[in-house]
Structure formats: structure tokens, C-alpha cells
Design a protein around this ligand. Structure first.
Ligand SMILES: Cc1cc2nc3c(=O)[nH]c(=O)nc-3n(C[C@H](O)[C@H](O)[C@H](O)COP(=O)(O)O)c2cc1C
Length: 309
């Protein structure tokens, strides 16, 4: 008996996201998995479908003043403000580290203006990475970011702009802080997006009642973790019914059951975020758990489960 065989070999876990084949549908949510390499002590990165990097801009960003994270019931709040080393150091240091592993690399891109985004995307066109995820949904930076993610016309426009420079398939990352997810998903589809991912964090606020002060220096922050999961499932379901694009679902996924729920709602793949801070080995456990679910319920391929509810 081949006892060393990984359980997912018994079922076909491969997924095709905009022409890129992942070995399974599990990736990491941007900003919650360091550069990827930092987690290699806890997770065999070769076992993940893809690693999604933290956001990178054209130049280094210092991020917001501290305190910039806080715990909440069933999750956390952050106002990191997209601190990053800038594209030059990222290409030199982070890409070669991740390339040691047999997994797809998705680079998350942030910017304050259309030019910023396009500069990073153009620079990445010549790099050995597999997909780009364009963050137009960060609630914690004052200019850019969310300005593109809350207005359908602006979202369509920025999608068209980055597509002109992109050398890899483009995933547009949507914000939940909008009135209509279907409208935003349709806008990026009209702009030529190759896939969509959702959700980014929900804007929240926390007050320290003993000091009568905001807990975060930024006053507001993005809420993430299990508390937002039902909202994310609803939004993924809505997006899946609005567009034909592949969908990467995220928001509060903490277990294989949560991941399967997202897939049944219409996600072709899933990203795991906040729960990595609590259990750094969770992504690999989720891969195994999805395989076990498929075996239990007789699903031969992941695609057979997508959006069936
Ligand atoms: C500390 C922290 C940093 C994040 N940084 C980024 C980022 O750089 N780019 C981005 O697109 N999303 C970022 N996010 C959002 C996550 O990728 C994800 O969309 C969100 O947290 C919901 O998933 P979760 O509930 O599983 O964490 C960040 C979230 C957290 C908690």
C-alpha cells in the first residue's frame, strides 16, 4: 500500500483559472502570508495551488501609523496601508524565493494612480510570475485603491489600462464596500479582466471605551476573518451569477468546509487569509480537507462542485 501518497491524488483537484492550471484550488489571501517563504516552515508551499503575494507598488510605501491591527469578535481589523518594499526589491528578492517551489505565483498589485498600477504591471510583464491580482479595493489608503473599486466606470477604466501592459492574466480584486457587487463584477469584465477575486475587507471602526479613543491610528480599518464569511459567500454567489469570468472566493475561510461552501456558491478557487495568523498550517489542511470532502461525496473534479447550489 502506498501510504505516503497525498490524499488529493485520489481525486482530480486541478483547476484552470484564466488559462493557468493550478494543482488545487487553494491560494493565500494577499497580505496574510508574508512573502510566502516566511510560511514555508509551517506549510509545504509545493502543496498549494498558488501563493498570492502581499501588495506591491512602484516605489516602497511605509504604510499607516501604528497601532494598525486589532482583534475583533471572530476576526481582526487592519489598517496596514499597504506597506511594501516597492517593485524593484520585490522582483530581486521575493520572486526568486517563491520560484523555488512548484506552485503558481500571483502578484498582488497596488497603486495610488492609474500610472502607478500600469508601471508595476508593465515591470512584471517580463518577470517569471503566473498571474496578477489588481487590488482596487483597499479601504486603508486615502488616494487610489478604493477610489477605483467603488465606481463601476473607474473600475472598468483601470482594468482596460492595466490590461494594455499586462504580460500575465489579470485578476481584478473587488471590494465588498459597494452597493452592488454584480455591477462591479460586470464593470471589470467589460474592461477585459481575466478573472475576479473577492472579497477584500469590510470597513469597520473600533473604539477603546476606557481611553475613549479609536483603537486604530487610522480610525477605520478593514474587518476580516470568520465573522465576514457569510457576507463573502453571498457576494461570491452574486458575482458568479453576474459574470462568466473565473472567480476566486475569499473572506473568512477557516476550514475545508468554509472553502467548499465558497466553491458551491460559485468560486472556482479560494484564498485563505486571516486564519493563517491563528494557524499557519491551515492552507495545507484545507487542501487535504477539500480532497476528503470530494471523496466522501463522490466528486471526481473540483469543477463538478463549482456553483452547484
Ligand atoms: C493584515 C492584512 C493585510 C492585507 N493586505 C492586503 C494587500 O496587501 N492586498 C490586498 O489585496 N488585500 C489585502 N488584505 C485583504 C485580504 O487579502 C483578504 O481579501 C481579506 O482579509 C478577506 O479574507 P480573510 O477574511 O480570509 O482574511 C489584507 C488583509 C489583512 C488581514
Amino acid at each position: 500500500m502506498d501510504v505516503g501518497k497525498p490524499i488529493e491524488n485520489a481525486v482530480d483537484m486541478r483547476v484552470n483559472i484564466a488559462g493557468v492550471e493550478w494543482k488545487n484550488p487553494v491560494t493565500t489571501a494577499s497580505g496574510t502570508f508574508g512573502s510566502g517563504e516566511e510560511f514555508s516552515e509551517f506549510v509545504d508551499l509545493n502543496r498549494l495551488g498558488a501563493v498570492t503575494t502581499k501588495g506591491v507598488a512602484n516605489i516602497p510605501w511605509a504604510g499607516n501609523p501604528t497601532p494598525r491591527i486589532a482583534e475583533t469578535y471572530g476576526g481582526m481589523m487592519n489598517a496596514i496601508g499597504l506597506q511594501n518594499p516597492g517593485i524593484d526589491l520585490f522582483c530581486e528578492r521575493d520572486i526568486p524565493l517563491l520560484r523555488q517551489y512548484d506552485t503558481k505565483i500571483i502578484v498582488n498589485v497596488c497603486g495610488k494612480s492609474e500610472e502607478d498600477y500600469c508601471e508595476v504591471v508593465e515591470r512584471l510583464a517580463g518577470e517569471d510570475v503566473d498571474m496578477l491580482e489588481i487590488n482596487i479595493s483597499c479601504p486603508n489608503v486615502k488616494e487610489g485603491g478604493i477610489a477605483f473599486g467603488q465606481d463601476p466606470k473607474a473600475a472598468e477604466h483601470i482594468t482596460k489600462a492595466v490590461k494594455k501592459y499586462a504580460g500575465q492574466p489579470v485578476i481584478m480584486k473587488l471590494s465588498p464596500n459597494v452597493t452592488s457587487i454584480p455591477e462591479m463584477a460586470k464593470a471589470v469584465e467589460a474592461g477585459g479582466a481575466d478573472a475576479v477575486s473577492l472579497i477584500n475587507t469590510l470597513t469597520g471602526m473600533k473604539i477603546d471605551v476606557h481611553r475613549r479613543r479609536f483603537v486604530l491610528a487610522n480610525k477605520t480599518g478593514g474587518v476580516s476573518g470568520p465573522a465576514i464569511h457569510p457576507i463573502a459567500v453571498r457576494m461570491v454567489y452574486e458575482a458568479a451569477h453576474a459574470v462568466k469570468l473565473p472567480i476566486i472566493g475569499m473572506g473568512g475561510i477557516a476550514s475545508a468546509e468554509d472553502a467548499v461552501e465558497m466553491i458551491l456558491a460559485g468560486a472556482d478557487a479560494v484564498s485563505v487569509g486571516t486564519v493563517n495568523f491563528h494557524n499557519p498550517a491551515v492552507t495545507e489542511e484545507i487542501v487535504e480537507g477539500i480532497a476528503a470532502y470530494m471523496r466522501t461525496y463522490g466528486f471526481a473534479r473540483v469543477a463538478d462542485m463549482v456553483g452547484i447550489v
